[in-house]
Design a protein around this ligand. Structure first.
Ligand SMILES: [Zn+2]
Length: 337
């Protein structure tokens, strides 16, 4: 599965939009700075005339003159920096600020598609924008102190659910922060509504912000896609496939494993997918209602052992954070004493 023309054009239009927005903002910053510091404008004009003079001298082969121009250049830059600092502007205040410094919002870096381009591609191909919207509200900052009970205990830990979850959340933050160096694989398991998907989403968000490629699929969608892919490959003999993104993206999130209709096909596909990703050194996060023991029984033994050997299992507390959330909300509104 590759981008069609209109999808490609839509991405390129977005880059054009970013570039003109950033240029406009740069001009606005410039105007503000010039208004406060008229000398800055003079210096910038000097710099442009210097550039012209330098080009002319270079053409004449006058290397001595070029050298002295360079010194003039440096002196002007120093004066500019001093002025900006004196008025409390950041040193790069007058520079272009790019959304993606890697490709300067062109979509391409080193002659290849930039990470940010690949991310857009995944978004379009896998309809990831919905999850992106959701992630705007849900992230580590919004989850830290909410939703988890202070009175209920987390079995076997001696901690309240809330204390336990603070540890889990800190672990997830670390996982995201160290992702490029350490990678790793997680399974969040526990009943519905305990925040599994939410935590996976928080990690996804951090990575997406660093322009890493994240594919987020429910188990049902994943297996549907794999089945479709196999079918269309058989029919058309296509090599290029969406499977590649699933196998090669930096992080794959398989949500709600165990809710799909499982059979020998899903079993073999899951093994193939996990195995390929593990051997490629790619990270996977799984959320599931099944306990580690149930996972081993529900799927094949070889899947069970891959999971046990390579994944960290994180148990979620019983109870429903959505209910706690509502309770907390009611309390806040004075409805419940
Ligand atoms: Zn980029």
């Amino acid at each position: 599965m590759a981008l069609n023309n209109s999808q490609y054009n839509a991405i390129m239009r977005e880059y054009d939009g970013k570039q003109s927005r950033n240029r406009r903002e740069q001009r606005q910053r410039q105007e503000r700075a010039y208004a406060r510091l008229p000398r800055l404008k003079e210096l910038d004009d000097l710099l442009s005339s210097l550039a012209v003079r330098q080009a002319r001298r270079l053409l004449d082969g006058d290397t001595e003159a070029v050298k002295s121009l360079k010194e003039e250049y440096a002196a002007i830059r120093r004066e500019k920096e001093g002025l900006l600092a004196q008025e409390g502007f950041a040193p790069d205040y007058l520079e272009m600020h790019y959304d993606c410094p890697l490709c300067k919002d062109t979509g391409f870096a080193d002659g290849k598609k930039c990470r940010c381009f690949r991310q857009k591609e995944l978004e379009l191909l896998y309809h990831q924008s919905r999850i992106r919207e959701k992630l705007k509200e849900e992230n580590f900052d919004t989850c830290t102190d909410l939703c988890y009970s202070e009175t209920e205990r987390m079995e076997g830990t001696g901690l309240s659910v809330r204390q336990y979850m603070q540890g889990v959340i800190a672990g997830c933050r670390r996982f995201a922060a160290q992702f490029e160096e350490k990678g790793g694989n997680l399974v969040f398991y526990g009943s519905t509504g305990t925040g599994k998907t939410f935590l996976a989403g928080c990690i996804a968000r951090e990575l997406i912000e660093r322009y890493l490629s994240v594919v987020y699929l429910s188990a049902t969608d994943l297996f549907d896609m794999m089945a479709r892919e196999r079918f269309s490959r058989d029919e058309e003999g296509q090599e290029e496939s969406s499977l590649r993104s699933i196998l090669e993206c930096d992080l794959l999130i398989i949500d709600d494993l165990g809710t799909e209709l499982s059979n020998s096909f899903t079993n073999s596909q899951l093994f193939y997918c996990l195995n390929e990703r593990l051997s490629g050194g790619k990270s996977t996060i799984i959320t599931t209602n099944l306990s580690p023991g149930q996972l081993g029984r529900e799927y094949s033994e070889r899947i069970g052992s891959r999971l046990v050997e390579n994944f960290r299992f994180i148990s979620m507390p019983p109870g429903d954070i959505r209910i706690w959330k509502q309770r907390k909300q009611r309390k806040k509104n004075g409805g419940e004493k």
